[in-house]
Design a protein around this ligand. Structure first.
Ligand code: RRO
Length: 312
């Protein structure tokens, strides 16, 4: 199987999956992903209790992507934890991703204690990069805070864990975040979340396009691909080899997947384009990446993963 990948000793028959937040909020969405060609699914980031999220309109389509300020609408941890446990009983041997995004350290620790005590054996993606909860800064931009969170998490948490990071824009920040992450037994790092707190203006109506936060929201889709690739590559070059990279951002076609893998991704996630295209996306991307690999004579993603060439 040409598209297979391995993370933390778990094998996935396809290196492509949804990104957290998009079409993964309820059982119907998740069942559709289970039936799809995706190699795994990730659930909408959970908080301890159900949340309605921010007022609408809270997502807007752009010519080259999307802007959102959803504000963490979700069904609460119990809902997603019950789903992934039932699924692992139905399909033993498969691994999926349970995303959690507490709006406080206490909430994250409480959720991880509950997951640790449960039967769940799959991956947890700890979201340190939600840009859209008013008054709650992105943890991933506060390096001391990331250190504190991970110190407290790994005091007790022993199951496979990864973190979802915001994009970084300075090489010194790649150095700083990698130096912190390398101190912990992380299974993976997922880069990037949306480019937070952007502002889209409609000149015709002279208005912002989404209601929350005065129109500020996170950008996803085609326009974030160069930032995503820089982050995937920047982390791949700095993290210890035991930490796999999940590449997210700007994937619309097989070429985009190929580029993420060249930059070091072992798995890729698709958010905005999955929102626009739905389940058929995964079959299309699998065909497109397979065609590229065949043209180049590659038989596995390990043949080119992380092997991007530079001039010096
Ligand atoms: O729900 C959201 O507003 C949201 C989250 Br938690 C996130 O991590 N990234 C994003 O773009 N939106």
């Amino acid at each position: 199987n040409m598209l297979a990948t391995t993370i933390g000793g778990r094998t996935f028959n396809n290196c492509m999956m949804n990104a957290a937040g998009v079409r993964c909020q309820n059982k119907r969405d998740l069942d559709a992903l289970v039936q799809s060609d995706a190699g795994a699914y990730v659930t909408k980031s959970a908080t301890p209790q159900k949340r309605a999220g921010n007022p609408s309109p809270r997502m807007h389509t752009l010519p080259h992507g999307s802007i959102n300020s959803m504000g963490l609408p979700n069904n609460g941890l119990d809902y997603y934890l019950n789903y992934v446990i039932a699924d692992q009983q139905k399909r033993p041997g498969t691994t999926n991703f349970l995303s959690v995004a507490g709006t406080s350290l206490a909430d994250n620790l409480a959720m991880l204690h509950q997951i640790q005590a449960s039967e769940y054996t799959g991956f947890v993606e700890l979201n340190l990069s939600c840009p859209n909860v008013p008054g709650k800064p992105q943890v991933g931009y506060d390096f001391d805070r990331v250190h504190t969170v991970l110190d407290q998490v790994f005091e007790f948490y022993t199951k496979p864990l990864g973190v979802k990071l915001p994009p970084y824009f300075d090489l010194v920040h790649f150095d700083q975040i990698a130096a912190i992450l390398n101190q912990y037994p992380l299974t993976f790092v997922n880069s990037i979340n949306s480019i937070g707190n952007a502002l889209v203006v409609d000149p015709q109506s002279e208005q912002v396009v989404i209601r929350p936060k005065g129109g500020y929201g996170g950008i996803g889709g085609a326009s974030v691909k160069p930032t995503a690739l820089a982050n995937v590559r920047g982390l791949a070059l700095r993290l210890k080899p035991e930490i796999a990279i999940v590449g997210t951002g700007g994937i619309l076609n097989g070429v985009d997947v190929f580029e993420h893998i060249l930059c070091g991704a072992s798995m890729v996630q698709i958010g905005t384009q999955f929102g626009y295209e739905g389940i058929p996306l995964f079959d299309r991307l699998a065909k497109e990446l397979t065609d590229i690999m065949k043209q180049k004579g590659y038989t596995s993603i390990d043949d080119f993963r992380g092997k991007l060439k530079t001039f010096d």
